[in-house]
Design a protein around this ligand. Structure first.
Ligand SMILES: [Zn+2]
Length: 400
């Protein structure tokens, strides 16, 4: 073989390699995914395109992070502590009367005795476009009323103030009725791609039961916005949202009552009574009470995981974003974890999700966002988990 021929052979090899190159995945991770996909296709045939909320259970990678690692990873960017003399605040500190720069909100505050007298320690954070104070939530609710006026009269959404009780904690109900559903059509395709009964899912979301968890109403309002904007949403869901507007920003009422332990006879306080009455009007398929917790991950609380729906709902979330109480310590606070991000709470009575379960709502949850995340991140994560829950109950729920 002459050198010339050898050279030609080599260049042919290079050309063919260059031609093959786009077919072979460049990075090892991609190559692995590619191989796994091919293997799956051989075993199960072409996989259908799935939505994030409809992944099969157990599909998620099992990488888990310890609580401390999560806390480091998700530490709030931009959370600052400031100390303000109590004299600079008119009356007791509330969400709305703490003097802070524009675009900042107080996320938590506590009073203490300092050197120069009584002072208030405030954790403040800058937020972009989510309402986190009583005042801003009220303005957002008002703005919704104006948007509703543009909707078709027949299925027009509405805002109702359901509690007139001394205005201490006004309770609002926002109804976005289904639109365009075809009753009696014998099986309706949900936007998840499956078929369920003939009617839209009756969903009730409640928020701000605990005053120091303002991501609840922010998430609920985003969901209403989505219902108005997203095509197909109102074909699948009859949505109602409850917002207990909280000007105090505290877990307990000024009388020291934990509102989420006051949803039963002998325990009612005016705010929970108003919420209890407003949620008694209809037979709901799904109820979710939105909360936030000091635990470093999203989680859902329910009495039992009927038909694996909670697991399905949770599978839309990244494993690292979920609270892991299954391994070393299945008990997280009062909750006994059975699955990643999910809990069974037989012992917890007098809370809102329990009341709704007792009333016969087949899927009744308390949903918790991690307060270790920024408010924006909490709202985004909770909205994702909420939508996943709605679509999974619509598609896989055992309903009448
Ligand atoms: Zn709470």
């Amino acid at each position: 073989m002459t050198p010339r021929v050898r050279l030609r052979g080599l260049s042919a090899l290079l050309v063919s390699l260059a031609l093959l190159a786009p077919l072979a995945p460049a990075r090892p991770a991609e190559a692995r995914r590619h191989r796994a996909q091919q293997q799956q296709q051989q075993l199960f045939g072409q996989a259908p395109q799935r939505r994030a909320w409809d992944r099969p259970v157990g599909h998620r990678s099992e990488q888990r992070l310890s609580g401390r690692k999560l806390q480091r990873q998700f530490r709030w960017p931009g959370l600052q502590e400031v100390v303000i003399p109590a004299s600079a605040i008119k009356g007791p500190p509330t969400w709305d009367n703490i003097p802070l720069p524009k675009d900042h909100v107080a996320y938590s505050f506590k009073e203490r005795d300092g050197r120069a007298g009584r002072e208030v320690v405030v954790q403040k954070i800058r937020v972009k476009d989510i309402p986190l104070s009583a005042d801003k939530v009220l303005r957002s609710i008002e703005a919704l009323g104006q948007r509703f006026a543009e909707q078709p009269r027949a299925s027009r959404p509405s805002v109702t103030r359901v509690s007139e009780d001394g205005a201490r904690y006004p309770v609002y109900k926002i109804d976005v009725p289904a639109q365009g559903a075809q009753p009696g059509a014998g099986g309706r395709r949900t936007s998840g791609g499956g078929t369920r009964g003939q009617r839209p899912l009756n969903v009730l979301i409640s928020s701000w039961v605990h005053g120091d968890e303002p991501v609840g109403p922010a998430t609920a309002l985003k969901l209403v916005d989505l219902a108005l904007r997203q095509k197909g949403f109102r074909r699948d869901f009859n949505l109602s949202v409850l917002i207990k507007v909280d000007p105090y920003g505290k877990r307990r009422t000024p009388d020291g009552v934990d509102p989420n332990r006051a949803f039963a006879d002998g325990k009612w306080i005016p705010a929970t009574a108003a919420l209890g009455q407003a949620s008694d009007k209809k037979k709901y398929d799904l109820f979710v009470d939105l909360h936030a917790d000091v635990e470093p991950g999203f989680f859902m609380i329910s009495e039992a995981d009927r038909g694996g729906v909670s697991r399905r709902a949770l599978s839309a979330m990244k494993t690292q974003a979920l609270l892991d109480g299954t391994k070393a310590n299945p008990k997280v606070g009062e909750y006994d974890f059975k699955v990643l991000g999910g809990a069974e709470t037989k012992g917890l009575s007098h809370c809102f999700d329990r009341l709704m379960a007792v009333r016969g709502v087949p899927y009744s949850y308390t949903m918790e966002a991690p307060r270790t995340l920024s408010p924006d991140q909490q709202v985004r994560g909770m909205l994702k988990l909420l939508r996943s829950t709605m679509y999974n109950v619509a598609r896989h729920g055992q309903l009448d």
